[in-house]
Design a binder for this molecule. Structure first.
Ligand SMILES: Nc1nc2c(ncn2[C@@H]2O[C@H](COP(=O)(O)OP(=O)(O)OP(=O)(O)O)[C@@H](O)[C@H]2O)c(=O)[nH]1
Ligand SMILES: [Mg+2]
Length: 391
């Protein structure tokens, strides 16, 4: 069942999602919490609202510090490159050394636990693109202050790399990281259903994707969204999705992040045994879609394979644009798998679709080199596209 909020509480959440500034968002959430019903159905949303409020307050505090010109700690990391990937894990497993080895970023590596207290981003090159890897403080129930910081980073990221240490009980470390994140609404194991709500400007509420609505119709979805003053949206669903899941996704109360587990310190004594246990656990739960790679930050084992795994994990494609009569651009546009020429045009310029005439495509999605296609043509990784427009 959806949360069944009063119209007043729904209006406050609508205000939250329409808010532009952090201050407005904080005010809307505070107002929501003051009017929200306390019944069971609304529990999850209330929990989310409290946590989100705490994250926003921390972000506001940091902005204020920066405005005052102080060079104090940075808790949030702006996205760069083809995807932001946070590197999380228990203390002392080698997160910082891995991010340093993969990106060259100046992380802090130490023999003792809790050496990293603030996130440090670095860029990992892969073919013609870069992934942003973010080193983070350790996740440990004994340091709750750090937990909310790491969860905030994970919630905002495109994917999560979980680092565990094969010199210890790697399986247990994985389970603890997974559960700690899940307690805060960040899931790294694929849930029964996955929802992504994309706001659009026209065409009403559409439900798309390979999933199935459970005990609900598209009309029910439209009604739910209308309660939050959302009249145009594309709701992507995968797996089995209930109205509840859509409501949670609206406010990012519950998010699913694709994950790769790096089993680090493969060079240490006893690593093989620890790895086998972790491997058999994850392969029994294949449908949860958590990927595993043994590595060693010290010897460099398998570090060269992470780029390819991230590329597949993020479900992205690279599309190279070109102007008539010239060479394709050396840096691709990064799109989601399944993207069409329309998505590409929108990414280039918001006007592009209005003046679009046709496109020519070379590469995997073209039936023959230079095929002439329309806006709905589905692109593939490595395509070269030339857009012809009326101006
Ligand atoms: N043998 C071995 N040691 C490693 C490996 N990776 C990291 N280490 C060592 O493990 C220790 C911890 O490394 P860090 O990179 O600081 O670990 P961390 O996970 O960032 O630690 P916190 O920031 O405290 O959570 C250091 O002494 C590293 O040299 C590895 O692959 N093999
Ligand atoms: Mg560290």
């Amino acid at each position: 069942m959806p949360a069944n909020l009063t119209p007043e509480a729904q209006a406050k959440l609508a205000k939250y999602s329409e808010a532009r500034s952090i201050e407005e968002k904080i005010r809307a959430l505070e107002e929501f919490l003051s009017v929200a019903p306390k019944h069971k159905g609304a529990e999850n949303l209330l929990l989310w609202a409290r946590r989100r409020l705490a994250e926003l307050r921390e972000e506001l505090e940091e902005r204020r510090r920066k405005r005052r010109g102080s060079r104090g700690p940075r808790i949030f990391v702006e996205k760069e490159g083809a995807g932001q990937v946070v590197v999380v894990g228990p203390p002392n497993v080698g997160k910082s050394l891995l991010v340093y080895k993969l990106t060259g970023a100046r992380t802090r590596v130490a023999e003792y636990p809790f050496s990293t207290l603030l996130p440090v981003p670095g860029m990992l090159p892969y073919r013609d693109i870069y992934f942003q890897l973010v080193d983070t403080p350790p996740l440990s129930r004994s340091a709750p202050q750090l937990v909310s910081r790491v969860v905030g980073l994970a919630r905002n990221a495109d994917a999560v790399v979980v680092v565990v240490g094969l010199d210890g009980d790697a399986l247990n470390q994985y389970l603890e990281v997974r559960d700690t994140l899940a307690e805060h609404g960040v899931f790294i194991e694929k849930p029964r259903g996955v929802v992504r709500v994309e706001r659009t400007r026209s065409n009403g509420v559409q439900v798309v994707g390979p999933g199935r609505l459970v005990d609900a119709t598209v009309n029910d979805v439209a009604r739910l969204l209308a309660g939050y003053r959302i009249y145009h949206a594309r709701v992507h669903i995968e797996g089995e999705v209930a109205l509840d899941d859509i409501e949670a996704a609206l406010f990012h109360a519950i998010v699913y992040k694709p994950a790769i587990v790096l089993a680090n310190k493969a060079d240490t004594h006893g690593a093989e045994r620890a790895y086998r246990r972790l491997y058999s656990y994850l392969s029994e739960r294949r449908e949860k879609s958590v990927w595993l790679l043994p590595v060693s930050a010290v010897t460099g084992l398998n570090l060269g394979r992470l780029g390819e795994l991230l590329f597949r994990r993020l479900s992205i494609i690279r599309v190279y644009t070109k102007k008539p009569g010239s060479e394709p651009s050396p840096t691709p546009v990064v799109l989601r798998k399944g993207a069409t020429v329309r998505d590409l045009a929108l990414q280039i310029h918001s006007d592009m679709v209005d003046y679009f005439e046709y496109a020519r495509v070379w590469g995997p999605s073209a039936k023959y080199p230079g095929e002439r296609v329309g806006l709905e043509h589905r692109l593939e990784d490595g395509d070269i596209v030339e857009i012809h427009s009326r101006r």
